[in-house]
Design a protein around this ligand. Structure first.
Ligand code: SF4
Ligand code: SF4
Length: 400
């Protein structure tokens, strides 16, 4: 079960692509967070993990609350036979050495929001309209020097798409090894922008190939996710967990199916005071709806996996069309198939497939190990790599 606690909606940045319309300074109380934890634990099978994400706004503006909650949530979860994991996505401006040491000691995984290099980050400005890149880069260097595993999270927009490949190379050069990219589905993408994106993905594929052939492990979500969906298929489509195995909690305790919905009260599915309103949420797997949700407050029937244009599509089993958040962001409606998602999947998956075919044909050892050996623990390999890089004086940020 994934529990996302929006500990505050306040933020010290004003990214041009942010889907928040306002940034109220209020924050969640510990009682609200713990009540939400109870609801999430009720839906977590014994032995399964409760995966908690502290979300914002900028969650580190409520760092003291996070410090209070981590041990309390862990204790409650363990008492009920469920381990808890913790993640915090952050723009890094408030990530100092003390907080980072605390995260490390308490097992909180950091995901740093950084859109590649300086050119890619032009949309990330602070509340005064100033460039927000330098403090985020300082946070990246701190994370590298600290030698714990972390991820970078880069949003691809029409405004920065031309810098994608250079930006990812830049982050990698700085020492990041878990590199997550996400398309801004709420933006207006032209055909020209998508052509640029295709070129950038191809340049990124060349980079991934170089690294794999040199035996240097990395995780690049754009390709690894699609390749994994082929080598370790889980069914028809990647499905959607919104409202079923994923809930988001607003600072005031209102429950939503996933993060994108938190701005829209029409999509609420309950409140921590009285739990999830089951009439809003359905997980009707018997009808062919993949373990995803029907978000009843928004659409009576969410035809996940049944979109007619997809019936004959050769890549439907790896297509992300079912994600309710993405549909909501792109179309404002979870029942509507997104033309942008479709165009993006048709662009990305063939590039990922060509890349995988070539690496497999050459029996590239690291690639075969990563994608075809079920015993290979990639996260552990990446952690070991991050530790060794921090000890290497040629890594930027190491030995600060
Ligand atoms: S850091 Fe996140 S919450 Fe803050 S403005 Fe940027 S996208 Fe929005
Ligand atoms: S790529 Fe397009 S047609 Fe194919 S499954 Fe995805 S949304 Fe449907």
């Amino acid at each position: 079960m994934q529990l996302t606690l929006h500990v505050t909606k306040a933020c010290n940045l004003r990214c041009t692509y942010c889907y928040y319309r306002d940034f109220p300074t209020g924050r969640m109380t510990a009682e609200t967070a713990l009540a939400a934890t109870g609801i999430a634990l009720d839906r977590t099978a014994p032995g399964d993990a409760l995966a908690v994400t502290f979300f914002g706004g900028e969650p580190l503006m409520a760092a003291d609350l996070i410090r209070e909650l981590v041990p309390r949530i862990r204790h409650r979860a363990l008492r009920r036979g469920r381990p808890a994991t913790f993640k915090v996505p952050t723009n890094g401006h408030l990530l100092d050495d003390d907080l980072l040491a605390w995260f490390e000691a308490n097992g909180v995984f950091v995901s740093l929001s950084i859109d590649g290099d300086a050119a890619g980050n032009r949309g990330r400005i602070d509340t005064e309209g100033r460039d927000g890149f330098a403090p985020t880069l300082a946070a990246l260097r701190r994370l590298v020097a600290d030698a714990t595993a972390f991820a970078t999270y880069s949003v691809i927009t029409p405004g920065n798409v031309a810098h994608l490949a250079d930006g990812i190379r830049f982050l990698h050069g700085e020492g990041a090894r878990i590199l997550v990219t996400a398309l801004d589905h709420g933006a207006d993408w032209s055909r020209r922008d998508l052509r640029i994106l295709g070129r950038q993905y191809r340049a990124l594929a060349a980079f991934y190939r170089e690294e794999m052939q040199a035996g240097r492990p990395l995780f690049l979500s754009a390709f690894d996710g699609k390749i994994e969906a082929h080598t370790r298929p889980t069914g028809d489509g990647v499905g959607c967990a919104a409202g079923v195995t994923q809930i988001s909690v607003a600072p005031d305790g209102t429950l939503y199916p996933c993060v994108q919905f938190v701005e829209d009260p029409r999509t609420a599915i309950g409140h921590v005071m009285h739990g999830i309103d089951e009439s809003c949420v359905s997980s009707d797997v018997s009808s062919g709806v993949p373990s995803g949700a029907t978000v009843g407050a928004m659409s009576d029937a969410m035809p996940h996996g049944r979109d007619e244009p997809c019936d004959d599509c050769g890549i439907r089993s790896r297509c992300g069309r079912d994600c309710a958040c993405v549909r909501f962001q792109a179309e404002g409606d979870t029942a509507r198939l997104s033309a942008l998602v479709c165009a993006h999947e048709r662009l990305l998956i063939p590039i990922a497939d060509r890349l995988a075919r070539e690496l497999y044909r050459r029996r590239t050892p690291l690639f075969v190990q990563t994608h075809y050996n079920p015993a290979y623990n990639r996260l552990r390999a990446l952690e070991a790599l991050v530790r060794s890089m921090a000890a290497d004086p040629s890594t930027p940020g190491a030995h600060r």
